[in-house]
Design a protein around this ligand. Sequence first.
Ligand SMILES: NC(=O)c1ccc[n+]([C@@H]2O[C@H](COP(=O)([O-])OP(=O)(O)OC[C@H]3O[C@@H](n4cnc5c(N)ncnc54)[C@H](OP(=O)(O)O)[C@@H]3O)[C@@H](O)[C@H]2O)c1
Length: 332
Amino acid sequence: MEAAPIQSESFNLGFIGAGKMAESIARGVVQSGVLPPQRISTAINSNPHRGIAFQSLGVSLLPHNSDVVEHSDVVIFSVKPQVVKNVVLQLRPLLSKKKLLVSIAAGVKLKDLQEWAGHGRFIRVMPNTPSAVGEAASVMSLGGAATEEDGELVAKLFGSVGKIWRADEKLFDAITGLSGSGPAYVYLAIEALADGGVAAGLPRELALGLASQTVLGAASMAIKSGKHPGQLKDDVTSPGGTTIAGIHELEKSGFRGMLMNAVVAASKRSQELSNRLQISFFFLDERVNRFLHNSLLPLSFFVRFYSYWLVLMHAIAIFLSIYLKKTGNECE
Ligand SMILES: NC(=O)c1ccc[n+]([C@@H]2O[C@H](COP(=O)([O-])OP(=O)(O)OC[C@H]3O[C@@H](n4cnc5c(N)ncnc54)[C@H](OP(=O)(O)O)[C@@H]3O)[C@@H](O)[C@H]2O)c1
């Protein structure tokens, strides 16, 4: 059955997982007027306090995840990555192709999501924490059966909490390393700038305010001016001036290389974690899966090491037997 396009003005949106990220998205969607709160629903899992934030927005709290799915045309899975498989599989009988499915679970691949749901009208989105203040940098990738209209609808939803790009799913680990982990690098930079200000004699509060606003202002300049950051830097470095003296110190400490390394390290870690998620069995408890993973991974390294060792020994044995045969023949 072909999936009918969802009317972008009058659809119902449901969140499976009423956590922080779901709350940010729901708030953005309501405050930007993309959807009225009556069209949004979620269900509380175990923590009743989570309901308060959603209720204050006017979002409906339904008793079960299944009620949320039944009431929704677009379902956003916003549970932790370790539980997304169980949750999708439990709801599978209700996840018809009429519903557009979205996952924001970090590291969970479209191939798996589509398999668990039983169809490919799935979109994977990687948002980041500044969605809480409407400044997210999100990226989405469309599953096999998601249409252009589905992509536009999701862009509209996530556009209400920041900016959203579209990219091939194979780039998601790199995206995680840059925009997923990036806010933390910038927090570190803000703290360090403020510490520098204090070291140079500023009161702490003033230093922190100046550091945060300077980062915000510089980011705005990079986005709004349309100029390359290198050009913006050149524009503010006068010969023999203060800024070039500061930049010289940063370059001596390998500032750019450190940031590049941070992004590459976080991307690699994202890849490792998403591979780790694959070694799990949906019919087993999460703790059993964690135990199996912890025991299977070292075992797989051991098997790999042992097989390399066997191949090497085999090669040495063949070489020796040829050599001995040859020298034996020569002696005869
Ligand atoms: N936070 C970020 O910056 C960020 C960025 C990118 C992607 N993400 C992704 O967004 C997802 C949510 O992250 P978050 O920070 O919002 O986490 P969170 O605040 O812990 O939210 C997860 C929610 O899922 C609920 N939940 C757990 N099991 C459930 C079940 N079986 N049925 C229904 N709800 C269930 C939890 O409820 P209880 O607490 O009551 O169990 C909790 O409210 C994760 O997959 C994460 O990878 C987050």
